[in-house]
Design a protein around this ligand. Structure first.
Ligand SMILES: O=C(O)CCC(=O)C(=O)O
Ligand SMILES: [Fe+2]
Length: 361
């Protein structure tokens, strides 16, 4: 239904987005934002846009989600029974900028915790990698491609070490959801038990932050100093996992990183977006299968883009997320006056893949 509406809004046939299979699967994440002793210095989720095509969000009755509009952060007040649909970066890319992905963040409170459930909608996690670029029907000589094809953002999902890819016939969303909720309650208990140790945690964060700034991995001695599994899993869930880069990449979906990494990344991504560098990704993408929405080899060169435009920031942070997966959750960078970020992400991702004959949502 949503994919039909979005297709029509782009003046394309209503089954267009469904045919290019960009909304074929969902990953569910249940998020628990504990109370913070210093809410004015805490972010539940830092400023980011999702790299998805679409994110469907259910929030409880606690205000927390904010979107950036005209340089102002606006609360997205919960409406009972309503889902929030956020445009993600990939949708911005394939719509050639007609839809803009939304910058958002989550604030926390001193008295009340917040729970939300996010369903990240993207291409099938089962299919092999494909490239997505601006939809060719939307391009003309006057409206040339503003973005190149991307592969990596989608591709990180294929590498996911999470092997719980469930099809609707294996398990119902309700079943999966209730098991996630159960686990979330356990996490909440752990997090509540941790509140008293916030100071120690804060010290650790500073330590980690320094290390990340210096581009070091986190030694196990620091991560496991407390010998507590919840503590460890916090770092895991924030992506600070020692292991292959690929493993870490899959744990991210849109958060950006330390200033240092960001500057380095900006430089590279600028080159890449401007087409000045044939990165391995770009090479890969031109070899890969795609579904008629790419632009390469069709004689419409990417136009020179204004890299200071806010939407490029979005692309850059997404690109960075996939390429430099160090946790921003532990780094003060995006937002003044924020010292730490608190969020528990439960059962990080559970992927649902629609059967081929299933209706697209
Ligand atoms: O908790 C929320 O409302 C938003 C979470 C979010 O933006 C995300 O996980 O990408
Ligand atoms: Fe998000």
């Amino acid at each position: 239904m949503l994919s039909e509406l979005l297709s029509e809004a782009l003046r394309l046939p209503s089954d267009y987005l469904s045919n290019i299979q960009c909304m074929k699967s969902q990953s569910l994440a249940c998020l628990y934002y504990p109370v913070s002793p210093q809410p004015h210095k805490t972010l539940g989720t830092p400023n980011h846009s999702d790299i998805t095509f679409l994110t469907l969000l259910m929030q409880d009755t606690t205000v927390g989600l904010q979107i950036l509009r005209h340089r102002q952060w606006l609360n997205v007040s919960p409406v009972r029974g309503a889902l929030i649909a956020n445009i993600g970066d990939l949708m911005q890319i394939i719509s050639n900028g007609k839809f803009i992905s939304v910058q958002h963040r989550v604030r926390v409170h001193a008295e009340v915790a917040r729970v939300s459930v996010a369903a990240f909608v993207g291409p099938s996690v089962r299919a092999s990698a494909k490239a997505f670029g601006p939809i060719k029907e939307l391009l003309s000589l006057e409206n040339t491609a503003a973005y190149r094809e991307v592969l990596e953002m989608v591709n990180s999902r294929h590498d996911s070490p999470i092997n719980q890819v469930a099809s609707p016939s294996d398990v119902t969303i309700e079943e999966m959801f209730s098991s996630i909720m159960k686990e979330m309650h356990e996490v909440r208990d752990n997090v509540n038990a941790m509140q008293g140790e916030f100071t120690a945690f804060h010290e650790d964060i500073n330590l980690l932050r320094d290390r990340v700034r210096h581009n070091h991995s986190i030694p196990p001695s620091v991560r496991e100093r407390h010998g507590r599994s919840d503590y460890k899993s916090r770092y895991h869930d924030d992506g600070l996992v020692i292991g292959s880069r690929r493993e870490r990449v899959s744990k991210f979906h849109g958060e950006s990183h330390s200033r240092r990494m960001r500057d380095h990344g900006h430089h590279k991504v600028h080159e890449w977006l401007m087409g000045e560098e044939t990165s391995s990704k770009a090479r890969k993408s031109s070899n890969s299968r795609h579904y008629g929405c790419g632009t390469s080899g069709r004689g419409i060169p990417p136009k020179k883009v204004d890299l200071s435009h806010p939407s490029y920031h979005t692309k850059i942070s997404s690109w960075l997320s996939s390429n430099f997966p160090l946790s921003n959750s532990l780094i003060q960078s995006e937002c003044d006056n924020v010292n730490y970020v608190v969020k528990e992400r439960v059962k990080h991702m559970v992927d649902f893949v629609a059967d081929d004959d299933e209706e697209q949502s």
